[in-house]
Design a protein around this ligand. Structure first.
Ligand code: G6P
Length: 608
């Protein structure tokens, strides 16, 4: 997943492209490049491995002239993140930038080489430039050449092209990877998302899968894959896409952790009417009386939100729940039945596997609901029911506030399911809604534990490996805690259901292994404490995340206690997530890793 930008009609395209790329760096940041075309048609490019600031430095010594151009920030799939593999790739008159994977690139490459072409990179993208250049060289007009070239590609792509000798033309194409066109009076732009285009454009056209577009400074023509012109409506630039600022925080992640009370409150007030004791049907238009089964799928952190939700839906609404990581769900032989609701959870609304799962369920006749944080995303546009999380833009690659807002949304939905299905008496539903109403305050209290957690991070940061344990919803929190720690601090971390400890992971326990146990004082507490004893007896270093009653019972079995406010068991997983985030954050600071942009990761994973 990479970031793509194109500009036509500007006075000086390169600085504008660079500015827009900065807004897309969350999509990948291992190399970057820009190609610009001058008014007399000369094309030049600059590429640099590493983050965008390296490209910026390179451009200071090698300025790019011209009002038309394309740019790219890369998350490498094919070929190491070197200067030579950085986009744009050029063949003859064509320069291309690409997001996605061209699955038949080997065959394309071989055929091109057999017929005399020289390819200079290891990427799956470069053959695309050669194919289009050949089609144009054979005399085809641009529309025909694009139909021919795109028709030869298998896999997923968002593509932008510029052309030497043609400063008045840019082209874009989309299949399986997001791409939008930005419109302003004097310029037209191409971008991976609205965030990149918002400051420069008044309106946005979202391309649909299979579309391609030919742009000049004053016109955008959109075509279906076979070259037939199609109309795609221009929409106003969404309001909520201004680039978030770090404020006084050292990292976006720190800001986003601290923002949680506010954004959870915003999200919950969208869904619940505490005064009336209801979940607003207008916000969650699902009649759960008509739903016989829920299938949830998502990736990464969003999947763990689904894992918590499964416990909630089963307990509160007695609703059977299937749960899958989307990369498995999409390729399973799913058994779709009538009256099922397929629910997809995604911060970005663009994750390739989740989107493919959504489309598979749609093709199977399922009703589709999507919990998404980006209201203009592909999933939001393709779902039957959109359940927004109102977390605002999340910039840190590791998800924090989007996750707790997903949990808040899913908790409200589970209460609605319980009300609809009659499994919750009105007083019980009211109790759950009151607990939700308390969440912003409870999360704010959990955030104040930062100093205690910083101390614990000093135990965890030097470790080679860490184990996270929990039962029930605390198991899901343990999974999220282990994911946060490994992605941010590069410490190997695994999470287990505490009851599984003796079936293998206990072999890892020695006096160097930090074992983080999430153990609120709930109906599974005694069971979890038994597992804690098993670790303690083998010299493991226990860090217990609990509440006051739990702390009293655990006593000195734990080396460190993180004592959360007393919270109703229903909302405990949301509150217990906060120390997981802070622990990973501080371990990363101690280990000196890149908190907001950890190595090898990207925020929006638009490739398989
Ligand atoms: C990437 C991000 C994770 C995120 C996952 C799913 O791996 O680094 O933070 O949880 O994608 O993303 P989504 O946008 O679908 O929630």
């Amino acid at each position: 997943m990479c970031g793509i930008v194109g500009v036509i009609g500007a006075e000086d395209a390169a600085p504008l492209i660079l500015d827009a790329l900065k807004r897309l760096e969350y999509r990948g940041y291992d190399s970057a490049g820009i190609a610009a075309v001058t008014a007399d048609g000369a094309m030049d490019r600059v590429r640099a491995s590493g983050k965008l600031r390296n490209l910026e430095k390179a451009m200071a010594g090698h300025p790019l002239a011209g009002g038309t151009g394309i740019g790219h920030t890369r998350w490498a799939t094919h070929g190491a993140p070197t200067d030579g593999n950085a986009h744009p790739h050029v063949a003859g008159r064509v320069a291309v930038v690409h997001n996605g994977i061209i699955e038949n690139f080997r065959e394309l490459r071989r055929a091109l080489e057999d017929s005399g072409a020289t390819l200079t990179s290891e990427t799956d993208t470069e053959p695309v430039a050669h194919l289009l250049d050949r089609a144009l060289g054979a005399g085809a007009d641009l529309r025909t050449a694009l139909v021919e070239t795109l028709g030869a590609l298998e896999g997923a792509y968002g593509l932008a092209f510029s052309f030497a000798g043609q400063p008045q033309t840019l082209a874009a194409a989309r299949f399986g990877s997001p791409l939008a066109i930005g419109l302003a009076d004097d310029i037209k732009m191409i971008g991976s998302d609205a965030i990149a285009l918002a400051p420069f454009c008044d309106e946005i056209i979202y391309l649909e899968d299979g579309d391609f577009a030919i742009l000049s400074a004053d016109k955008v023509e959109v075509f279906a894959k076979d070259g037939t012109p199609v109309e795609r409506p221009a929409q106003p630039v969404p309001m909520q896409v201004s680039l978030a600022e770090k404020g006084n925080y050292r990292h976006f992640m720190a800001k986003e952790i601290h923002e949680q009370p506010e954004v959870i409150a915003r999200t919950l007030s969208h869904y619940i009417d505490v005064g009336a004791g209801t979940v607003r049907s207008s916000a969650a238009p699902v009649d759960f009386r008509k739903v016989s089964r829920l299938s949830i799928s998502a990736c990464g952190t969003a999947y763990y939100a689904g894992l918590v939700a499964r416990y909630w839906f089963e307990r509160l609404a007695r609703l059977p729940v299937d749960l899958d990581v989307a990369s498995e769900y999409r390729y399973r032989s799913q058994l779709f039945a009538a009256d099922e609701l397929a629910l997809f959870i995604s911060q970005s609304g663009e994750t390739a596997d989740t989107l493919a799962g959504l489309r598979a369920a749609k093709a199977g006749g399922q009703t589709i609901a999507a919990v998404v944080n980006v209201p203009t995303s592909t999933m939001a546009r393709e779902a039957d029911i959109v359940l927004p999380t109102l977390a605002g833009p999340e910039i840190g690659v590791a998800s924090t506030k989007a996750f707790t807002c997903q949990l808040s949304t899913l908790a409200a939905l589970a209460v609605k399911a319980g009300i609809d299905r009659g499994t919750l008496a009105p007083f019980e539903a009211e109790g759950f809604l009151n607990a939700l109403a308390e969440l912003p305050r409870l999360v704010a209290e959990a955030v104040t534990l930062e100093h205690a957690i910083e101390r614990v991070a000093r135990i965890v940061a030097p470790a080679r490996s860490a184990l996270f344990l929990g039962r029930g919803t605390s198991f899901a929190v343990a999974m999220e805690g282990a994911l946060k720690l490994k992605e941010l601090s590069y410490i190997h971390a695994e999470a287990y259901a505490a009851g599984e400890l003796k079936h293998g992971p206990i072999a890892l326990v020695d006096d160097e292994l930090p074992v983080i146990v999430i153990a609120p004082y709930d109906d599974l507490f005694a069971k979890t404490v038994s597992n804690m004893q098993e670790v303690h007896a083998r010299g493991g270093r226990i860090i217990a995340v609990t509440d006051a009653r739990g702390a009293h019972a655990i006593g000195d079995t734990a080396e460190e206690l993180i004592v959360l406010p007393d919270v109703p068991a229903f909302v405990a997983p949301v509150v217990a997530t906060v120390p997981m985030q802070l622990l990973a954050y501080h371990a990363a600071i101690i280990n000196g890793t890149d908190v907001d942009q950890p190595r090898n990761l990207a925020k929006s994973v638009t490739v398989e």
